[in-house]
Design a protein around this ligand. Structure first.
Ligand SMILES: [Ca+2]
Ligand SMILES: [Ca+2]
Ligand SMILES: [Ca+2]
Length: 266
């Protein structure tokens, strides 16, 4: 009887632990770096994967020669009922968006976004660079968001950490960004979702997450900076994902407390 009791207890404890710490979404990381060194990206993004693995559904790293596999991941995670996260490192893989904005709507990447998933970017201007060239230029972000005039210019824009930044990402400190989100260029249904750091006027932000309030798709940037290999990307991005998504994600907890009570009663 005692053994049975302890097996049951251990099982319920592992259910509680699993339910509390595993978030029900998947993460893909494209490691092809733009505007920071590939060596730093490989190291930093492996550290990011380590910080996330076992805490989210799955984490998969896709180097530059695995972009066909990345496209398969994007397709498989587009309409699976989860808000999955694709992380880019400053370049836009040509397998999920036709270079030169040749498919201004309904690319795999845009369908993924418009199905309520999230894309984050670090390094160069979001969606601008393909295989080392500025093939998409500003049109990449504009066609992905369907906002004709949005841009991410302004080198050395001073960012000050917000209260949300202190709350979600304790590692984030004030810094200078080179490619911030222009919050004053957002057009409905896009709205600021979480602003972790911004300029004094509140018009430029990085890191920042914006949301399409019609589709629930989200875009986020973290350290869109030139040649700053030492920005603490792994720490800040993992802190954000594990804090923000753990408070918004639906957790599969069930009736653990009731079960525990009735188990004790026996
Ligand atoms: Ca998924
Ligand atoms: Ca999904
Ligand atoms: Ca579009």
């Amino acid at each position: 009887m005692r053994t049975k009791y302890f097996i049951a207890l251990a099982t319920f404890i592992s259910i509680v632990v699993f339910a509390s710490f595993t978030l029900a979404f998947d993460v893909a990381i494209s490691t092809q770096a733009g505007w920071w060194s590939q060596e730093a990206a490989d190291k930093e993004l492996a550290a990011l994967a380590d910080a996330l693995k076992s805490k989210v559904g799955s984490v998969t790293l896709f180097p530059a020669d695995k972009q066909a596999d990345l496209a398969t991941w994007v397709q498989n995670n587009t309409k699976d009922g989860e808000n999955d996260i694709l992380i880019l490192a400053g370049q836009f893989p040509n397998t999920i968006y036709k270079p030169g904005n040749a498919q201004a709507d309904d690319s795999l990447a845009e369908i993924f976004l418009d199905s309520g998933n999230t894309i984050l970017n670090t390094g160069d201007y979001m969606f601008y660079v393909v295989d080392g060239g500025g093939t998409n230029a500003a049109g990449g972000l504009q066609t992905m968001m369907d906002i004709p005039n949005i841009t991410m210019w302004d080198d050395n824009t001073q960012m000050k950490v917000t209260n949300a930044g202190k709350n979600y990402t304790p590692t984030l400190k004030d810094f200078q960004t080179d490619r911030p989100f222009h919050l004053d260029e957002l057009v409905d249904p896009w709205k600021p979702e979480v602003i972790l750091a911004q300029n004094d006027a509140g018009t430029r932000a990085d890191p920042a997450i914006v949301k399409n309030t019609k589709t629930n798709g989200m875009l986020g940037i973290f350290y869109q900076t030139a040649g700053q290999d030492n920005d603490p990307r792994a720490a800040v991005i993992s802190e954000f994902i594990l804090s923000y998504f753990s408070t918004t994600a639906v957790k599969p907890v069930g009736s653990v407390v009731t079960t525990w009570g009735s188990l004790k009663g026996n």
